[in-house]
Design a protein around this ligand. Structure first.
Ligand SMILES: [Fe+2]
Length: 398
């Protein structure tokens, strides 16, 4: 049994941003399409069984889900949905604490990889992008590996917690671990689905900067409605695999409620096809009791594009005062693993598309600077930093 995974991480932006309220010509976007697309559901009980035919059913679903759509619906996941809602209640209570108290948990020195991320902190990489309209909290559900902590201190910092937050901490950790375990089962199935050894991806995942995030999307004022504000701009995640246990809308009175209109919430974009080169945007609405798993850039790279990272956007409603709670668990490749297509996927085009090879930790540092969570100056960490020593020696000599 592999030791518990390690953690931190975040989502990255790609240059695909377009206001989803105004779809580009040729982009099909309709909540009903989700049913028509028939995104497969993977039952983790099948993967965990010793029945070869059940395992093959799950692998077939994974091949189609991750290969065609970049996402899967997952049942048998073991995540306590009532616990997730309790966690959202806890985070709402935290969000109402005094600004000064929250600011003490905002840690730019940790590149916001733990604790509170204030509104207007994270930005889209894409030109014309805007800060996301949200506040968040990050924590890692497992202890850090001390060696990785020394090598990448900002990717593997200790957790930080608000005062008097035992329930928040307990629910948060429980959810993060359940999502991680579900993701590990899925990664084992993903390896089998591609004809690889079962532990291929879970071995790479061991020692990743895994992190769990809660997000509170902010209410729009009446004058902000229909002005192009997006809760979270369209992007692909930069990690290996993201698990989404499901969010909820909250009405202006503070009560959880069904979505206020058809344009609010999570939409995912499928891979382009000859008929639909821009792909199809579908509402992220899994069957009852299922969670969503989506492919990140790292798994796309390792598979040479066999599995594709899923662009997704979180749209704000067309009415004022509504908010949304949501969460995600980001599983990462080991910070010292090389991101490059694995041997079976090294076609000429994959080498071109995904080269040069890069360490996952280096990739994370660059991406966190790109999205505004780390200062741009951290890019200077990526290479030799001691040229001044020769200068100093020469000064002594003269
Ligand atoms: Fe994301």
């Amino acid at each position: 049994m592999a030791r518990p995974p390690r953690g931190t991480g975040e989502t990255a932006r790609t240059r695909v941003v377009r206001n989803p309220w105004r779809p580009a010509a040729g982009v099909a976007r309709d909540a009903e399409l989700m049913t028509a697309l028939d995104i497969p559901t993977v039952d983790l009980a099948d993967l965990r069984s010793n029945d070869r035919s059940r395992i093959e059913v799950a692998c077939k679903a994974i091949r189609e889900a991750f290969g065609t759509y970049g996402l899967a619906y997952v049942k048998g996941h073991g995540v306590d949905s009532d616990g997730v809602m309790r966690l959202y209640d806890e985070f709402r209570a935290f969000a109402k604490r005094p600004e000064a108290e929250k600011q003490r948990l905002a840690r730019p020195d940790l590149w916001f990889q733990r604790g509170w991320t204030p509104p207007n902190t994270e930005v889209a990489v894409a030109s014309g992008g805007q800060p996301d309209f949200k506040e968040c909290y990050f924590m890692a559900p497992y202890d850090n590996d001390p060696v990785l902590e020394a090598q990448y201190p900002e990717l593997f910092p200790p957790n930080v917690w608000p005062e008097n937050s035992d329930a928040f901490r307990a629910e948060y950790t429980k959810m993060g671990r359940a999502l991680h375990e579900a993701g590990a089962s899925l990664l084992r199935g993903a390896a089998l689905a591609l004809g690889l050894a079962e532990s291929t991806f879970t071995d790479i995942c061991e020692g990743g900067a895994h992190v769990t995030r809660i997000l509170h999307y902010l209410a729009l004022a009446p004058e902000q409605v229909d002005t192009g504000i997006v809760w979270g701009e369209e992007h692909t995640d930069f990690n290996l695999l993201t698990l989404l246990p499901g969010g909820r809308f909250v009405d202006p009175s503070g009560k959880p409620a069904p979505k206020p209109d058809d344009k609010s919430g999570l939409f995912l974009r499928t891979r382009g096809t000859p008929e639909n080169p821009a792909g199809v945007q579908v509402r992220g609405r899994p069957p009852e009791g299922c969670i969503v798993a989506q492919i990140g850039q790292q798994l796309e790279i390792l598979t040479g594009g066999e599995f594709v990272a899923t662009p997704h956007v979180i749209t704000a409603p067309g009415v004022a005062g509504w908010t949304r709670d949501s969460s995600a668990h980001f599983m990462h490749a080991n910070a010292n693993s090389v991101l490059y297509p694995l041997a079976p996927f090294q076609s000429d085009s994959a080498r071109k598309s995904y080269g040069p090879p890069v360490l996952a930790g280096t990739y994370a540092i660059k991406t966190l600077a790109d999205i505004g969570l780390a200062p741009k100056s951290v890019i200077d960490k990526l290479g030799y930093r001691h040229y001044d020593r020769l200068e100093a020696q020469r000064r002594v000599q003269s």
